[in-house]
Design a protein around this ligand. Structure first.
Ligand SMILES: [Zn+2]
Length: 181
């Protein structure tokens, strides 16, 4: 149960499909740089090392339809003054279009296959464990990831829950990242 213990619970509000709510708090810049390789990060890296090269290729290929959408957003981000980098086997894009999109839709970070969009580099550092859990989900669900996510939102709503907070994929990601469910 890593991150939440170290964070003020009011810092994060969540909304929308596999995304974090926009943090409009002016203290945002003071959020500590996370732990780029925390306990969970080490677990991810070990899992990755345990995977064969054909296994890794299969994971990337299976998730590629979702990743493609992320890459389009990534190109738009790079073309609008944003930045990009590779962390834990995923492409991370921040600023530019990613920030504009986050402001419009209401998220801090969003994972699309092996692409993670974030409003800023520090937000990506802060939310990496959670977003990496969504990367693992995209590797398992492949082309069905986005439809399954939307179905899970609908099911949560049907049960009287919140379409985002009570979505199975979000609960699974919070569990994997050591956050409170
Ligand atoms: Zn999420």
């Amino acid at each position: 149960m890593g991150r939440n213990r170290r964070r003020r619970p009011t810092r994060q509000r969540e909304k929308g499909p596999h995304r974090r709510h926009v943090r409009r708090d002016p203290t945002q810049a003071a959020i500590p740089r996370a732990r780029s390789v925390g306990d969970r990060g080490r677990a991810d890296q070990q899992a990755d090392r345990g995977r064969s090269i054909p296994g890794r290729i299969a994971c990337y290929a299976w998730a590629s339809p979702t990743t493609l959408l992320g890459l389009i957003a990534g190109v738009l981000t790079l073309g609008s003054g944003g930045g990009g980098r590779v962390r834990r086997g995923a492409l991370e894009f921040h600023g530019g279009f990613a920030r504009w999109f986050g402001d419009r839709i209401g998220f801090n970070a969003m994972t699309l296959g092996h692409v993670i969009l974030g409003r800023s580099a520090s937000v990506l550092d802060d939310l990496r464990d959670h977003e990496q859990a969504h990367v693992r989900q995209a590797e398992r669900w492949g082309p069905a990831f986005i439809p399954a996510y939307l179905v899970a939102s609908y099911m949560a709503h049907r049960r009287g829950g919140h379409y985002y907070r009570d979505n199975w994929f979000e609960q699974d990601a919070r569990r994997a990242a050591g956050e409170s469910i």
